[in-house]
Write a protein that binds this ligand. Structure first.
Ligand code: SAM
Length: 284
């Protein structure tokens, strides 16, 4: 039998039993709509061969839907009260799948592959919105076995992640996400599927890992450092934005020319491949 999913009545009961007071600092907005979690799981494309890393399972809405489709789920939750309760919720709503769940009480921003009892192939998560981008980039970096990520984030962040060069909202998250592969919007989600209702709309984003740059001479950390420098002062030309990073405006110009980039251009016009080439230029 398929897992039973959590609706408003179940969310209310679980929250009352646990005496949960959702906190903004932990981005605690729980989905109480079965169609939404089904839609997220369908959009993720995960199947029986997948081990899904879920960040922030909360009361278990998405976890239960994932257990209906994925081979295994490892849920990383920072709130010990929620983490301790999750196996009992799965016992109640999807007893036949209880063995397929691992729960790790930890901060997803600090988690590495060694902290997990299994090797995840995918991330599927309704991310805590205040740390969504750092969590996503951290996990894509630390856990190379993750081939795809389907995450729900605040709509504006979904737009930023999926934006390409030249877009008004193209910036650090857009470029860094592309370092790992392809990035695309995968749908919109309204505010009324959450308890409590957030102030902002939500959106789904998919990252498909292709690792196009792992064989380049520049390391990921070097590439990310030049991206941060380029966008720290959005309105400046690359020549002046990168002066500190390179040591001087002249050295910035030399490296830009060596990478085949016009020193007068602004960062928002460059794609991740440009930043990878730039990070690989040897200092004078
Ligand atoms: N997945 C649930 C759902 O869809 O109803 C809850 C999603 S809620 C937006 C975010 C969850 O992430 C909360 O359960 C919160 O406690 C947890 N969380 C917040 N910060 C975290 C962190 N740094 N690491 C792991 N979990 C975190």
């Amino acid at each position: 039998p398929a897992p039973r999913l959590l609706g408003p009545a179940q969310i209310r009961r679980l929250a009352a039993e646990l005496d949960v007071r959702p906190t903004k600092t932990l981005g605690q907005n729980f989905v109480h709509d079965a169609n939404t979690v089904r839609r997220i799981v369908a959009a993720s494309g995960v199947g029986p061969d997948d081990t899904v890393l879920e960040v922030g399972p909360g009361l278990g809405s998405l976890t239960l839907a994932l257990l209906g489709t994925a081979g295994r789920v490892v849920a990383v939750e920072i709130d010990p009260k929620l983490a301790q309760r999750l196996p009992h919720t799965v016992d109640e709503f999807a007893p036949q799948r209880a063995d397929a769940l691992d729960v790790v009480t930890a901060d997803a921003l600090a988690v590495t592959a060694d902290d997990l009892p299994v090797t995840p192939t995918a991330i599927v998560a309704n991310l805590p919105y205040n740390v969504a981008v750092p969590v996503l980039l951290h996990l894509m970096t630390e856990i190379p076995s993750i081939a795809t990520a389907l995450v729900m984030v605040q709509a504006e962040v979904a737009d930023r992640l999926a934006a390409g060069p030249g877009s008004r909202v193209y910036g650090v998250p857009s470029v860094k996400a592309r370092y790992f592969g392809d990035v695309a919007r995968a749908g919109a989600v309204g505010r009324n599927v959450f308890w409590p209702e957030p102030k902002v709309e939500s959106g789904l984003v998919r990252i498909t890992r292709t690792d196009p740059y792992v064989d380049e001479s520049a390391t990921r950390a070097q590439v990310f450092a030049v991206i941060d420098a380029a966008f720290a002062q959005r309105r400046k030309t690359m020549r002046s934005a990168l002066a500190t990073w390179a040591g001087s405006p002249a050295e910035a110009e030399r490296r830009l020319r060596a990478a085949g980039i016009d020193p007068q251009i602004r960062g928002e016009k460059l794609d991740v491949g440009d930043f990878v080439r730039l990070a690989g230029v040897e200092p004078a």
